[in-house]
Design a protein around this ligand. Structure first.
Ligand code: NAP
Length: 253
């Protein structure tokens, strides 16, 4: 099960947090992985860890708001690994700010990284996937994406970007289905990464959010990465245009 031998995966925002564990678990399943992020040094550390565990990986600096970076990442991946089978759109930012204080710059920054970055990366890999008539695009959304009855005060810009990702996923899946390319989204709840660290510094905020999670704990990054590996695998070949929620039961409350 979940054998990715011979597959090549690109993961964005992979120097830490979930991007790091997506890279580790995809490599463990046999994929050659491209660990990309703004900070090359930390990507190289992830690559080192993968290589120490007998995996194959390469670090590439890529800011997803920079089209040139994305094109170079795609070119280098094809030069070194021959093709791209899996794109994990994961890079993102999340800055709590009340709507009344939100500036145009805050809005644009979040939308440009979280939504346009996913579009640009997909745009860069899809032509190759169409040619090879196979591919997997996995978009990391959030339970803040909307449509499931859960809103988050202070996250209007973040929620809008994540909602856009889900809509993008559904429509792109239809267009790419004839080429045997699946496109899916994952909506994590509260996952214990540096991004979520801010909520942990305030014990009252932490207590309140844990009280809403039926499993009474944050998720571990690996608990999302295992879903990434599944969606990248042959076992998930009949799943497309879908969003899988992994939130410890949060949206069921
Ligand atoms: P994280 O630990 O902050 O990791 C995200 C990575 O993306 C960071 O290394 C970040 O670098 C990088 N990044 C930011 N802007 C970038 C850009 N322009 N180009 C390339 N990389 C960039 O966050 P995480 O919790 O692992 O989140 C991963 C994904 O899951 C995100 O899309 C997030 O929205 C989503 N998510 C997280 C949670 C959660 O509870 N943690 C819940 C739902 C969804 P910098 O540190 O320099 O910004």
């Amino acid at each position: 099960m979940f054998n990715l031998n011979g597959k090549v995966a690109i993961i964005t925002g992979a120097r830490r947090g979930m991007g790091r564990t997506h890279s580790m678990l995809l490599a463990q399943a046999g994929a050659k992985v491209v660990v990309s992020d703004i900070d090359l040094k930390e990507c190289e550390q992830v690559v080192e860890e993968i290589k120490n565990a007998d995996g194959e990986a390469m670090a590439i600096k890529c800011d997803v708001t920079n089209k040139k970076d994305i094109d170079q990442m795609v070119k280098r991946t094809i030069d070194e690994f021959g093709k791209i089978d899996i794109l994990v759109n994961n890079a993102g930012i999340c800055q709590f700010k009340p709507f009344v204080d939100l500036t145009d710059e805050d809005w644009e920054k979040t939308i440009n990284i979280n939504l346009r970055g996913y579009y640009w990366c997909a745009k860069a890999v899809v032509p190759g996937m169409i040619k090879q008539k196979s591919g997997r695009i996995i978009n990391i959304a959030s339970i803040a994406a909307g449509q499931i009855g859960v809103g988050f005060a202070g996250l209007t810009h973040y929620g809008a970007s994540k909602g856009g990702i889900v809509a993008f996923t559904e429509s792109l899946a239809l267009e790419l289905a004839p080429y045997n390319i699946t496109v899916n989204a994952i909506a994590p709840g509260a996952i214990d990464t540096p991004m979520a660290a801010a909520s942990k510094t305030d014990s009252k905020v932490l207590e309140a959010s844990m009280a809403r999670i039926p499993l009474r704990r944050m998720g571990k990054p690996e608990e999302i990465s295992s879903l990434v590996v599944f969606l990248a695998s042959d076992e998930a070949s009949y799943i497309t245009g879908d969003m899988i929620v992994a939130d410890g039961g949060y949206v069921s409350t």
